[in-house]
Ligand binder design. Structure first.
Ligand code: SAM
Ligand code: SF4
Length: 439
């Protein structure tokens, strides 16, 4: 048997990239590679990149610069760039960093083994197509090896919403949903390998409309089918768009036991003027009404969101509308970003908010979110939660897992095993986690 080669993958950006990196590693397994955590051992380095903000793309170029020395020492080392920067920049990457051997977009990575063979033959390999064939179909069935208790599963890709600030519709392409039976097969495979919790992924996961035996299925229907999979204990999904939060999905949050009480529902801004200019196609009021309905269905649901501050033409009054919305909703978690101009998007042509002002707004917003997060986390003390244990903690006998609300929970002197679900009483709220005792 030929020697196994080592593949080092570094993943940037969203959970969809984490999932893609796993699938690329599995595909390269068939080409004689196993993954390594040590870049110096690698025969191939693959950066799976994110293009959502300018900084994310620049990080990739500086990371590539750092591999120059390694490539000089090991001329046979192959360097590849995958993901959304690969899609957006294409050949430009090889022009700026000639040592890069292959560039593969997010819709073409099933062709990675052929591309690696081409690179081994001394040629440059570039593939940023949006091929007709479905990459998930071309990828082999996932391997049988045992794995951790949580997994991502991409069910939908791409986006047709064209928010004025966002590159996703250009880098990931049009919205496509995977067929129901393929998702169920993958989910059952994951459960056989030890997975207890699956997070369904999509750029707009609640717009899911995959083909089932009797026509297109909604995300809620898919969740109910996954609910029947023995051994699967928890289901989550991310990221949702407010406009695709359909009645059956809201209802499922109240009735499906395996669907966890956590929802990431980005709003981006609380100002109707800005929402319109962002092309979000919803307003502040409809978002707040939606939150009310979701809380009626599942009163204890923990809400999370995404916010952009300093979007072109955002005034202090617009920003205050966002702060008021946050005060109204009360988020248990949120991701907030300063607007970053993305060439090719409609907002890129517009006048920017003063950078110092935008930074100041970001800090104020993050201050408010941190306060809400803390209040919600502190309110867990004394409560009973269910924890899925994922790994050993830093201290002897300590185990770490996640509650149904996605809070990290540590338990000292813990008898529970990895993959076990157990009832835990929360005894202390710490900076970024909760401490609890097995009940
Ligand atoms: N589809 C999801 C939605 O509509 O909410 C999110 C997709 S995007 C990968 C994740 C987040 O990145 C967005 O919700 C937004 O807050 C942020 N984002 C996207 N483009 C951005 C930009 N140009 N500048 C700053 N933040 C941006
Ligand atoms: Fe980007 Fe908007 Fe699509 Fe989300 S809904 S991926 S923010 S274009």
């Amino acid at each position: 048997m030929a020697d196994t080669k080592k593949l080092f993958i570094k993943t940037y950006g969203c959970q969809m990239n984490v999932y893609d990196s796993e699938r690329m590693a599995e595909a390269m397994g068939g080409a004689g590679y196993e993954t390594t955590d040590t870049v110096d051992d690698a025969d191939m380095i693959l950066l799976n990149t994110c293009h959502i903000r300018e900084k994310a793309a620049e990080k990739v170029y500086s990371e590539l610069g750092r591999f120059k020395g390694l490539k000089a020492e090991k001329p046979d080392l192959k360097i590849g760039v995958a993901g959304c920067v690969a899609q957006a920049e294409g050949e430009e990457i090889m022009r700026r960093q000639p040592m890069v051997d292959l560039v593969v977009g997010p819709q073409a990575y099933h062709r990675l083994p052929e591309m690696e063979a081409k690179a081994q033959a001394g040629e440059k390999a570039l593939d940023t197509d949006f091929p007709e064939e479905d990459k998930f179909e071309k990828l082999k069935r996932r391997p049988r090896a045992k794995r951790g208790p949580t997994a991502f599963l991409t069910v939908q890709e791409g986006c047709d919403k064209f928010c004025a600030f966002c590159v996703v519709p250009y880098t990931r392409g049009a919205e496509v949903s995977r067929p129901v039976d393929r998702i169920l097969t993958e989910a059952r495979d994951l459960v056989e390998r030890g997975v207890r919790e699956i997070t369904l992924l999509g750029q707009n996961v609640n717009a899911y409309h995959g083909a089932g035996a009797d026509g297109d299925w909604s995300l809620a229907r898919l969740i109910w089918e996954l609910d029947k999979v023995d051994g699967l204990e928890r289901i989550r999904f991310t990221t949702s768009h407010p406009n695709d939060m359909m009645d059956d999905l809201i209802e499922a949050h109240g009735t499906c036991q395996k669907l966890m009480p956590y929802l990431h529902l980005p709003v981006q801004s609380g100002s109707d003027k800005i929402l319109k200019r962002m092309n979000r196609n919803h307003d502040r009021d409809s978002y707040l009404k939606l939150i009310e309905r979701i809380r009626e269905a599942r009163p204890d649901i923990l809400l999370s969101g995404d916010f952009i501050v300093g979007f072109p033409e955002e005034t202090e009054a617009d920003f205050q509308d966002t702060m008021d919305l946050i005060e109204d909703v009360k988020y248990g978690q949120a991701f907030s970003f300063k607007y970053s101009t993305r060439p090719g998007t409609p907002a890129a042509e517009r006048a920017l908010v003063d950078d110092a002002e935008a930074t100041d707004r970001l800090y104020r917003l993050q201050g408010l979110i941190t306060q809400q997060q803390r209040e919600i986390q502190d309110s867990m003390v004394g409560r009973e939660v269910s924890v899925l244990f994922e790994r050993a903690g830093r201290f002897e006998g300590q185990m770490m897992g996640k509650s149904e609300y996605l809070h990290a929970v540590h338990v000292a002197d813990c008898k529970a095993e990895i993959g076990e679900l157990a009832k835990v009483r929360i005894v202390e709220s710490r900076t970024n986690s909760l401490a609890g005792k097995l009940i």
